[in-house]
Design a protein around this ligand. Structure first.
Ligand SMILES: [Zn+2]
Length: 343
């Protein structure tokens, strides 16, 4: 099953789940409440109370802002007329989304999560929701997006979600797209499906790495660590995403992983295992310490070369105390300490 087919499967499973989820039942909850006429007609106390409740309920989308709601009432109460202007702006034709998001800081207590829920409640075909869950889910789906909740990422989220809706009409709109993110990150069934989806990707990368290793073995192989090191450093700096070897193009990432595996002698950095294959080559896996989603690049000091067992342990075990001591990376997995050199 390729990625696209598997993604269709995930979205179908999501749609089944969605039918009986509160997300679906709450989809029109604010339809008659969050309108220009209604918001403009509220007096000061009603306005304050409404947004206080809205934050408290997390806009009926995310868990409530129990801690922020009290700060909100105190801060917004000081400058209610400016707040009133701010919350009706999205209803007007001259509304400038970029400027609006950048002015969010002026309203302590209403973070970008709840603010984008408010926008989404105004128009679920125009404005996506962005909170930690959104960024996590999109990174899991393979999009390069960091975990920072800022305007740049909000515009990225908007673009990605619209692409997804165009490709998979079952997602329907940006409100349901948010429920999909929730399904992927916080629902057991979704978590299992997405973790299989990620396995497909890493399996395909592994196949490509074997092919690169095989195709460069006779002509290109160098066991000289200094030479390999220089090659890795050169490859890290390379801007293009693809490399061409013997007329065939591969992901640059996979070429780099092959060089790193050779540099580390195809040996597991946690348990020293090597797996010799019948054809005389070695099997080993490469894994990221910090995911790309956290803004980390593909480079030697973020890659561990691990046997399949240690790789899964690293991915799935309870992970604590990740520390860098010079070139040594140290981590506690299910209570046991593991160390590896990142040089
Ligand atoms: Zn191992």
């Amino acid at each position: 099953m390729d990625r696209k087919t598997y993604l269709i499967k995930i979205i179908k499973e999501f749609d089944d789940w969605y039918q009986n989820d509160p997300h679906n039942q709450n989809k029109d909850f604010y339809k008659k409440i969050i309108t220009r006429d209604n918001i403009e007609s509220l007096n000061d106390n009603e306005l304050l109370d409404f947004f206080y409740e809205f934050i408290n309920d997390g806009g009926r989308v995310q868990s409530g802002g129990y801690r922020t709601k009290n700060i909100f009432k105190k801060e917004i109460g000081k400058n209610l007329s400016a707040f009133r202007k701010y919350v009706v702006e999205p209803f007007y034709n001259h509304f400038n989304l970029n400027v609006w998001i950048q002015r969010l800081d002026a309203f302590t207590g209403s973070g970008i999560g709840i603010a984008t829920i408010y926008l989404n409640r105004i128009d679920c075909n125009k404005y996506p929701i962005m909170n930690n869950k959104t960024l996590k889910a999109l990174a899991k789906l393979g999009y390069q997006i960091s975990g920072t909740k800022n305007l740049t990422n909000y515009l990225k989220v908007k673009k990605i979600q619209n692409q997804l809706i165009a490709e998979f009409p079952l997602i329907e709109n940006l409100y349901k797209a948010d429920a999909l993110n929730h399904f992927i990150v916080a629902v057991y069934k979704g978590q299992v499906l997405i973790s299989d989806y990620l396995q497909i990707e890493s399996f395909q990368d592994g196949l490509e790495q074997n092919e690169i290793d095989y195709n460069t073995r006779s002509s290109d192989i160098s066991s000289n660590p200094n030479e390999l090191y220089l090659r890795i450093k050169e490859c890290e700096k390379e801007e293009s995403e693809r490399v061409t070897i013997k007329g065939k193009t591969y992901k640059r990432y996979n070429y780099l992983m092959v060089q790193i595996k050779r540099y580390r002698k195809f040996k597991c950095q946690f348990c020293n295992t090597t797996i010799l294959k019948e054809n005389g080559t070695y099997y080993i896996e490469a894994c990221h310490i910090k995911a790309k989603a956290e803004g980390k690049k593909d480079q030697l000091n973020n890659i561990l070369v691990l046997c399949p067992n240690c790789h899964k342990l690293f991915d799935y075990a309870k992970r604590e105390n990740e520390i860098y001591l010079g070139d040594i990376f140290s981590v506690i997995l299910n209570g046991k300490t593991y160390k590896a050199s990142l040089k």
